[in-house]
Design a protein around this ligand. Structure first.
Ligand code: 1CP
Length: 354
């Protein structure tokens, strides 16, 4: 299959479909590339906008959200855009105010069954119409597909109950044991709202969706089987009829791969802790997305390129979307991102390998 074309002067034209074809399981001539947090504070043009607008204002103003989404595409020949928003977006319309400082802060975290009972469950069109509008604006300008996204119920519940990001979510994990019924009610509401919200994004023009279960890995297998996987499954199943490729991300979650392997997602985004050839054996039939260590983008160019080549070689055993194992770090030099994206473009899959 040929997914790249060459124009009159011999330069490669990105076929619009490379990312989507790969996400659907077709291994093309090269791996498509996009980077989690490709928009954000490592780009001076983002920081310039951020000086004039608060984070929520940027998310809630479609023209600004679209502009921020497009910023990395103007610099780098990326194969997909991810809409600029946050996994916290559905919480305020459910009745949970969220501030950013710079990570999310919930001043009144959910604690009791009554707190959960009070939550609203806005329909897909009510959650965040500005996200749909931003997607339409990006679709009108971008040459590459737009990825919509949401947080997975377990990860969003972790913030809503813990009150902020945490390295271990101990408070939240204790709450799951103390208040399992309220936890299921909360996850149930989040699953409904998230499904509607993602369907709205697809209707607005998102051609793939990613479900971020960033903190799934802090839970043990039993906790994930009880509170994580069933709700992620419900959201993903709720999108099946759209035909849009579904990407599921979890970080530090190798102990959960037996469960993740059975989720209805075409693509699994994996962190850098294990090489892709080893992960492929644990996630049979899945397209793999990942998994360069984002810290490597802070290293010398020679070391960065060697590490990226290793990821590309390890990904050759099946369909592979090149990405980082997690988001771009704040101090990343944009020149290193340029070097990385060029390298992925120039790397040709070795026939018969992998
Ligand atoms: O001050 C600033 O500039 C705010 C920094 C920032 C940005 C740029 C936050 C606060 N969110 C975002 C954008 C964002 N968040 C995007 C779109 C941009 C892109 O990817 O190009 C996406 C997809 C997210 C998703 C997100 N937010 C996740 C899932 C991805 C992941 O990193 O695992 C999570 C966990 C969040 C929560 C969040 N929001 C912001 C921060 C700094 C964090 C994480 C830190 C924490 O838990 O405290």
């Amino acid at each position: 299959m040929t997914t790249t074309e060459t124009d009159a002067d011999g330069t490669e034209v990105r076929a619009r479909t490379l990312f989507l074809d790969t996400a659907r399981g077709l291994a093309g001539d090269r791996a498509p590339v996009w980077l989690m947090r490709q928009a954000g504070r490592y780009l001076p043009e983002y920081r310039a906008l951020k000086e004039r607008h608060a984070f929520w204002e940027m998310c809630r103003t479609p023209e600004i959200a679209a502009e921020v989404t497009l910023q990395p595409l103007r610099r780098f020949p990326l194969d997909a855009a991810i809409i600029f928003s946050d996994i916290m977006t559905p919480l305020p319309p459910m009745g949970v105010p969220v501030d950013f400082a710079p990570g999310p802060v919930i001043r009144s975290p959910l604690r009791s069954a009554a707190d959960v009972a009070r939550l609203a469950t806005p329909g897909g069109d009510e959650v965040a119409p500005f996200v749909g509008e931003a997607i339409r604006l990006v679709r009108a300008e971008a040459e590459v597909p737009v990825i919509g996204f949401a947080g997975a119920p377990l990860t969003v519940a972790g913030y809503a109950v813990q009150g902020a990001g945490s390295s271990d979510y101990a408070e939240f994990r204790a709450w799951l044991h103390r208040e399992p019924r309220a936890a299921h009610d909360l996850l149930d509401k989040l699953a409904d709202v998230t499904t509607g919200y993602l369907r709205m994004q697809i209707e607005a023009g998102a051609e793939a969706v990613q479900l971020f279960d960033s903190w799934a890995g802090v839970h043990d297998r039993r906790g994930y089987a009880t509170f994580g996987m069933p709700y992620a499954r419900r959201v993903l199943d709720g999108l099946a009829d759209t035909g849009v490729p579904r990407v599921y991300l979890a970080v530090g979650a190798a102990h959960l791969y037996p469960q993740i392997a059975r989720l209805p997602a075409e693509v699994v985004s994996v962190d850098w802790r294990q090489p892709l050839d080893a992960v492929r054996a644990a996630l049979p039939g899945k397209v793999l997305q990942g998994n360069l260590d984002p810290a490597v983008l802070l290293a010398e160019p020679g070391d960065l390129l060697a590490a990226a080549r290793r990821v590309l070689r390890e990904g050759q055993g099946g369909p592979h979307v090149f990405n980082l194992g997690h988001g771009v770090l704040q101090g990343t030099p944009p020149d290193n991102v340029a070097r990385l994206v060029d390298l992925v473009h120039d790397f040709v899959r070795e026939e018969g390998e992998g």
